[in-house]
Design a protein around this ligand. Structure first.
Ligand code: HEC
Length: 142
């Protein structure tokens, strides 16, 4: 699924590269790229939970890549990346971002305490934030 996302991203990058270069507006292409980064981060965290990466390395790596996207999104008005028919979800989107930030940080705190049960719980809560947004904003993609 991620491979497909990359292929789609590449096609759209090729199609819109001049537009993207001309202005620094946060586009749909940027959004997909950030989403794929976050999905990769969630994969890393899951890997850390299932295979127990050394010293929680995978979990930290995954959390870092998700946080980098969230920091980036902080500078973006959700109106810039929500489609016209999604603008009603402005507040909802901001809240999902804040909650994600909170769960990822809590997960890292628990990792420091080696409380793996709580790490897994926060991972699950973070995943729910992703899917909650997707269910609301991607109704056509079931
Ligand atoms: C603020 C709402 C919101 C949150 C929170 C959110 N997403 Fe998304 N995500 C979207 C939207 C909207 C799309 C559809 C993008 C499009 O098609 O333009 C999407 C698309 C995706 C895609 C598909 C990309 C593609 O190639 O089509 C993946 C993967 C993804 N998100 C992963 C995640 C993960 C992982 C998280 C949580 C860490 C997350 N998302 C959190 C709104 C959100």
């Amino acid at each position: 699924m991620i491979k497909l996302g990359k292929a789609l991203l590449l096609t759209s990058l090729l199609a819109t590269s001049t537009v993207v270069a001309a202005d620094k507006e946060y586009t749909k292409v940027d959004r997909i790229k950030d989403m794929i980064t976050m999905a990769g981060g969630m994969d890393e965290i899951q890997k850390g939970l299932l295979y127990r990466c050394e010293d929680g390395k995978c979990i930290k790596k995954g959390a870092d890549s998700i946080k980098a996207v969230l920091v980036n999104l902080e500078k973006v008005d959700p109106n810039d990346f929500l489609d016209k028919d999604q603008q009603y979800a402005h507040k909802f989107s901001k809240k999902r971002q804040i909650m994600l930030w909170m769960y990822i940080n809590e997960m890292l705190d628990e990792l420091r305490d080696k409380n793996m049960d709580a790490v897994a719980q926060n991972y699950g809560l973070a995943l729910r934030e992703c899917t909650s947004c997707h269910m609301k904003l991607r109704p056509t993609k079931k």
